[in-house]
Design a protein around this ligand. Structure first.
Ligand SMILES: O=c1ccn([C@@H]2O[C@H](COP(=O)(O)OP(=O)(O)O[C@H]3O[C@H](CO)[C@@H](O)[C@H](O)[C@H]3O)[C@@H](O)[C@H]2O)c(=O)[nH]1
Ligand SMILES: [Mn+2]
Length: 740
């Protein structure tokens, strides 16, 4: 945005409004009129007491009311949009000497699911940011307390002495070694200019491969050998380790930025690197990632105390060495910077296939909806690729008068030696530390919610702060998305459960946030918070119209009626718009079609389970858990993923529902054809919409039928499940026949 008139402020970032808003709004209004007409149709045509389908009519009315109201919420995310860009050259001109300290937190939780090689690649990518090395520190939180991860990090600390200068010398991108080496082809070195680079590159690559094979050898051996243990005193901390859930705090400063000897092969200082496994005890809830983050906040405050904190998941490497500077352009802008609590980068994934069979790119959220939230000053904090002001994470209220100025602080000299220092720090990560404190509540990330990130971000915004979404230029971070259907459904269950938890919590966007954040942002939050309850309307809509089709009872207006048009218009307009949105954010037509399938599957399984669990949770019957998403899969599964074949593979109870629904719709359609419902006079006229709905449901389930009947590979639906859901669907259809 331009500086205020009269002031000659030259901003560090720019905000542009999205185009075509008027057209969009006219269109939205027309759809809304259509929705109102649908509601009117339902209300006017309620069947009388002795007519068939009276109660299902009420069900449809409720479902259509829900869909309509929910659609209004989704409009809040599309009404206005803004796009940001930064001026890093200005930042550097003005502040290069006084850049603030930045602490980078990487979280990992399981060496099997999150292999140490992946973790250290992420660590190395952030260690080689284009930022003064004495001004940033990298912390790895290991919730598994695994000596393999520690060993890998130790190896990475040695390798960084070669990797960081190599990256800077040739300005290579990306700076995750694995990603970099796989992006360059082996024969890319040729001309003379590149000669020096290719020589260095070959040497660094060799070092990397040697490191990799040492780490893999240790993994194969299944334990850390005595020889390795001798190489670092840190391993002795595992002497008292009994299990992942039961061990002391393990803390090791692997590179101490204050040590003049901590330099790379070119003699330049290295960033501080710290390994932390907070204390775990079986009787103490550890609060998953939120607990890990809070320990990191405390421990880092004593080591480097950077006023800016970047948080990344261990599978999300930095793909752009300039991201820290991008984020600082927002925080350090003289006019607007002081209002901004966090800068969220989009979640991009390196492993999405072209037609994203599991909707893994989250394209619409990333390229459409978050720009809408940004207009209202409030993209959500989504856990990774997010820069925070430390103070806001500690619970500070926004105040116009008391601006926090980010600048580099003079580092205080440490009194004790490193060993004593480490020992003293450990208590900060002990289980008992948070007892009788506000940690997890008013301070740090919030506990008890499966989406600790979103609820924390919301509470920060409720304290008067703004957030910013930065989605331009070279992708900031690249992560790993799920590669099988069960993983996807489980992840969405966690997310939707967490979101709904927020809705029901003290911080509900509907009540608590009222008056604290803007109305548009409230609606935006509600759109996500209400993912889970969507299951009810969707289930209703995908079951009953089909069953009634089987019995030849019409539930929608006939083609020749005027009431037919709003139904057709709303359906057509909504789907054409969504396709256009999908294509314009870089998706493919098949990707869109796959996305519709995942939309249906999420809503009828993940959201349903999340909804039920949330209610149980509310009544105190169960506590929410955090199921960590898989990041690696075996060869065959990966191959099927690459080929975009849907992976069913294990008998998850969510599949029972999905398969039953798929059968139910198939039977209804076939039954209707066999019973000649469609052939009777005027049937097409009265039943067209129902036939269409049922037909589309069958069509979209095509990969499901393949998995149930035709596939032979291990990714097919387990036969027991096929039988079970077949029986379920048949009994539903039969029962229904007897009822009528
Ligand atoms: O007890 C735990 C569990 C998880 N993690 C870490 O949390 C991160 C996210 O876990 P993942 O299984 O990859 O979940 P995703 O669904 O991919 O994560 C998204 O959603 C989560 C909230 O549900 C956020 O915490 C994440 O930042 C966000 O990327 C990973 O780095 C884990 O190592 C921990 O540190 N401790
Ligand atoms: Mn993840």
């Amino acid at each position: 945005m331009k500086g205020k008139e009269g002031s000659n402020h030259v901003p560090l970032f720019e905000t542009r409004k999205g185009k075509g808003r008027v057209v969009h709004r006219l269109f939205a209004v027309s759809v809304f009129v259509g929705i109102c007409l649908i509601w009117a149709y339902r209300v006017i045509h309620i069947p009388s007491r002795n007519e068939n389908g009276r109660w299902v009519w009420f069900g449809l009315l409720a479902a259509e009311l829900w869909f309509g109201l929910y659609w209004i919420l989704t409009q809040a995310l599309r009404w206005n949009q803004v796009y940001r860009s930064t001026f890093k050259d200005r930042l550097s001109q003005r502040y290069e000497k006084e850049l603030p300290g930045v602490d980078i937190f990487v979280c990992t939780a399981d060496p099997q699911i999150e292999p140490p090689m992946m973790v250290i690649n992420t660590v190395l990518s952030v260690m080689s940011y284009d930022y003064p090395t004495e001004k940033f520190s990298v912390y790895l939180s290991d919730d598994a307390g695994s000596d393999f991860t520690f060993y890998a990090l130790m190896e990475a600390s040695h390798f960084s002495k070669h990797w960081i200068p190599f990256c800077k010398k040739f300005n290579v991108e990306p700076r995750s070694p694995a990603a970099y080496f796989s992006s360059i082809s082996d024969d890319s070195h040729g001309d003379d200019d590149n000669h020096s680079q290719s020589k260095d590159q070959a040497a660094v690559k060799k070092l990397y491969e040697e490191m990799e094979s040492r780490i893999q050898a240790a993994t194969r051996l299944g334990r850390i050998s005595e020889e390795i243990k001798m190489t670092h005193k840190g391993f002795s901390q595992w002497d008292s380790y009994s299990s992942r859930q039961d061990h002391d705090t393990i803390l090791q400063i692997l590179i101490d930025g204050k040590d003049p000897l901590a330099i790379d092969i070119e003699g330049c200082a290295l960033p501080t690197l710290v390994y932390l496994a907070r204390e775990k005890r079986p009787q103490h809830p550890h609060n998953f990632k939120a607990g890990a983050m809070n320990s990191l906040i405390r421990v880092s405050s004593k080591i480097s105390n950077g006023p800016v904190i970047l948080n990344v998941d261990c599978d999300m490497y930095s793909n752009n060495p300039q991201s820290v500077r991008d984020a600082l352009c927002f925080f350090m802008d003289e006019e607007k910077g002081h209002e901004i609590a966090f800068v969220q980068f989009p979640q991009n994934f390196g492993n999405v296939t072209m037609n994203e069979i599991y909707g893994g790119s989250l394209r619409i959220i990333r390229d459409v909806e978050f720009h809408g939230l940004d207009f209202y000053g409030g993209p959500l904090y989504i856990g990774t690729g997010c820069f925070h002001r430390r103070e806001t994470l500690l619970g500070r209220e926004f105040s116009k008068e008391n601006k926090i100025v980010l600048k580099s602080e003079n580092v205080t000299k440490r009194e004790e030696n490193v060993l004593e220092f480490e020992e003293n720090l450990k208590s900060l990560a002990n289980c008992s530390y948070e007892k009788n404190t506000q940690w997890g509540n008013e301070m740090g990330l919030k506990y008890g919610c499966p989406v600790e990130d979103v609820i924390t971000g919301l509470s920060i915004q409720c304290k008067g702060w703004k957030s910013v979404y930065f989605n331009s230029g070279r992708t900031g971070f690249l992560g790993v998305t799920t590669t099988t259907l069960p993983q996807t459904l489980v992840q969405h269950k966690r997310w939707s459960e967490g979101q709904f938890h927020i809705f029901l919590s003290k911080y509900s966007p509907a009540w608590y946030a009222n008056g604290r954040i803007s109305f548009g942002l409230q609606l935006g939050y509600c759109c996500y918070s209400l993912w889970a309850p969507n299951c009810l309307a969707t289930l209703f809509y995908s079951i009953f119209p089909s069953l009634y089709l089987l019995h030849g009872i019409p539930l929608f207006p006939q083609c020749t009626s005027l009431w037919f048009s709003p139904f057709v218009y709303v359906m057509f307009a909504k789907y054409t718009y969504s396709l256009a949105e999908f294509l314009s954010s870089g998706g493919t037509i098949r990707g869109w079609w796959n996305d519709q399938r995942i939309w249906l599957y999420k809503r009828t399984s993940s959201y349903l389970f999340a909804f039920v669990d949330s209610l149980l949770n509310l009544l105190g019957f169960s506590a929410s858990a955090f199921v960590i998403s898989a990041k690696v899969s075996n060869q065959e599964v990966s191959e099927r993923y690459e080929k975009e074949m849907m992976e069913f593979g294990d008998s998850s109870s969510m599949f029972t529902i999905l398969a039953t629904l798929a059968f139910l719709n198939l039977f209804s359609l076939i039954g209707a054809i066999l019973k000649k419902v469609v052939a009777t006079d005027g049937a097409i006229d009265t039943m067209l919409l129902q036939i269409l709905l049922c037909g589309i449901l069958v069509l979209i389930n095509w990969p499901m039928y393949q998995g149930l009947f035709f596939r032979k590979d291990d990714g097919k639906m387990p036969s027991s499940l096929t039988v079970k859901s077949l029986v379920f669907a048949l009994s539903v259809c039969t029962c229904f026949t007897f009822l009528y």
